[in-house]
Write a protein that binds this ligand. Structure first.
Ligand code: FAD
Length: 307
């Protein structure tokens, strides 16, 4: 019940100001977003990779309001790529980007986002790695898929994300699987209307399995983005049935969520990639993590009250 309320708050400027200013917020935020600067995050990259994990890096931010902010977002990724170049980790550390942060919602936003993301994809390719386009709310997806297709002409390894809660996703999955794309499948984290998305957890889980089967049986590279233990074991089974080897798909989870499971899957020989967000504009990302699990919200509220 609380999830939709928190997701609505994630889009409210008033709530953003209130929550960002609360003194305890930072401690709770740190669990999910382990740093604000490139200097903070490099030791985290070194630590996780030394433990056999791979990473996808997200410089937090979305819903920007000017082309200058979009260019700043692009530059933040370029700085990160330049900084991790010397670690020589190649595809073990890739990038995740939100096109809204690259200007997608501004006038002329489709072209602007493409122009801003392209140099990031080029810089990533130059150090032997890739970029995945995150999925945001359903109104942004036609543009995201068109940008994905455009980037893949020169950089076929560019990935994208699909969301099991959307009715459209089964068709998107068939198209992407046939085209041999890298695809991360997630349940979906935004507040979506009943006209476009399943609202019921059971329906979403069933759709997730159907879509995952399509990806596993297709020609692409499936990235299983979930912390759900049931879906993880179903994914292993689907991969086996489809005859995929361990390096022909991967698991992905968020930093700060089920960390022991990251290590367990890596120890079993799976490729396990940790989605690691950092930066100062963490509000939207943080609120979606609170919405996913009521216990996070209770913990957050308790820490405010007990101060
Ligand atoms: P759930 O059924 O929500 O959770 C299963 C179990 O995982 C829970 O019982 C709990 O133990 C644990 N868990 C899950 N979430 C939390 C949490 N916040 N805090 C503590 N424990 C938790 N969504 C998008 O819409 N677009 C994207 O581009 C996108 N990228 C993602 C990338 C990765 C690598 C991952 C893992 C998720 C991404 N998501 C994205 C979020 C996703 O849509 C879900 O909201 C999120 O993963 C929770 O769903 P779940 O599959 O983990 O299953």
């Amino acid at each position: 019940m609380l999830g939709p309320v928190i997701l609505a708050a994630s889009r409210s400027d008033r709530m953003r100001r209130l929550i960002s200013a609360a003194p305890v917020t930072k401690q709770v935020v740190d669990r999910f977003i382990p740093g604000e600067t490139v200097d903070d995050i490099v030791p985290v990259v070194e630590d996780l990779t030394s433990r056999g994990l791979e990473l996808t890096m997200d410089v937090v931010g979305e819903d920007i309001t000017s082309p200058e902010q979009a260019a700043a977002a692009r530059d933040a990724y370029l700085r990160l790529i330049d900084r991790i170049k010397d670690l020589e980790l190649g595809p073990r550390v890739e990038m995740s980007v939100k096109l809204s942060m690259f200007g997608q919602a501004l006038p002329g936003g489709h072209e602007l986002a493409l122009a801003n993301v392209r140099p990031v994809v080029e810089a990533a390719a130059a150090i032997g790695t890739t970029v995945t386009l995150d999925a945001e709310d359903h109104t942004t997806l036609d543009s995201m898929f068109a940008i994905h297709e455009e980037l893949r002409k020169d950089f076929p390894q560019t990935g994208c994300v699909i969301q099991a809660y959307l009715f459209r996703t089964e068709a998107d999955a068939r198209r992407l699987a046939a085209s041999g794309s890298r695809v991360r499948l997630v349940k979906g984290a935004y507040k979506e209307p009943a006209e476009v998305a399943y609202q019921n957890k059971h329906e979403i889980d069933k759709a997730y399995v159907r879509i995952l089967r399509t990806l596993m049986e297709g020609d692409g590279y499936p990235m299983v983005g979930s912390h759900d233990p049931r879906l993880i074991s179903i994914a292993q089974e689907l991969a086996r049935t489809a005859g995929r080897k361990l390096d022909e798909y991967e698991f992905q989870m968020l930093f700060g969520i089920r960390g022991e499971e990251h290590l367990r899957l890596a120890a079993e020989g799976h490729r396990m990639r940790v989605y690691t967000a950092y930066g100062t504009d963490w509000y939207g990302y943080f609120m979606r993590r609170l919405a996913e699990k009521p216990a996070n919200l209770r913990f957050f509220l308790r820490s405010m009250i007990s101060r």
